[in-house]
Design a protein around this ligand. Structure first.
Ligand SMILES: [Zn+2]
Length: 234
């Protein structure tokens, strides 16, 4: 894959400029900064993939829409389309999303798909945080019929995994530039690009279903991670 590499803090991100790229936008801070970087540093055409779970739209729809809008305003980039993937009953697992992206590449809709999947904080940091739900690990198990996802990590392996960001799929069309980077590394890109007052506040990390839109409970695992990395929730 022909990528132009840029360094942000201690993170290197390769930008593909030869054709359309996909970005898996979650509404969280990690994929938001990825979208911003692609728009600002030379992507040609972007397909923004939004995964919307039918019962959790009230959480993610607003941060996704506002993230796209702020990135567009800040960079002036307009050559993008938003594609919504509807997940019914939360049934879509990561390997299924991955297969969907590989299909998009196969059909020539995009040449490569970027995801914002990042590493967990160090184990001594998370020791007193709430326990992570089982679905998080379940959702990362590889496909039974040996799909080339291969991303099965135990909790102890979730921090800085030393895997190649392009090697998680056999055809190297899914790119995970933050796979060995934790939230503090990502926060340093926000500070570096001066986005803490603009882009950061429209993203959501909180997984508490009782709060809609861009709100943070401050107590769940993801709020703890956000506060640890950025020193603030919004
Ligand atoms: Zn929360």
């Amino acid at each position: 894959m022909d990528l132009n590499y840029y360094t942000f803090g201690n993170t290197s991100i390769g930008i593909y400029t030869k054709g359309p790229v996909g970005v898996f936008l979650s509404g969280g801070a990690d994929s938001a900064i990825l979208l911003y970087i692609l728009m600002k540093f030379g992507a040609n055409k972007i397909i923004i993939y939004n995964l919307l779970h039918d019962r959790r739209e009230h959480l993610w729809k607003e941060p996704m829409q506002k993230t796209v809008e702020i990135c567009r305003q800040l960079t002036g980039f307009k050559n993008y389309d938003v594609k919504v993937i509807q997940s019914i009953n939360g049934s879509m697992r990561i390997y299924e999303i991955n297969q969907y992206f590989q299909q998009q590449v196969k059909e020539g809709i995009v040449d490569i798909v970027y995801t914002g999947i990042s590493a967990f904080p160090p184990n001594d940091v998370i020791v007193n945080w709430p326990t992570l739900p089982k679905w998080l690990y379940e959702s990362r198990k590889p496909n039974q019929d040996k799909s080339p996802w291969g991303m099965e990590f135990s909790q102890s392996e979730m921090h800085k995994r030393n895997v190649s960001p392009l090697a998680l799929t056999w055809d190297k069309t899914i790119y995970n530039p933050f796979i060995n980077k934790d939230k503090k590394d990502i926060a340093s890109i926000y500070f570096d690009q001066n986005l803490v007052e603009t882009l950061f506040p429209v993203t959501r990390s909180c997984e508490n279903d009782s709060l809609s839109g861009i709100q943070h409970c401050g107590n769940c695992w993801w709020c703890k991670e956000r506060e640890w990395a950025f020193g603030r929730l919004s």
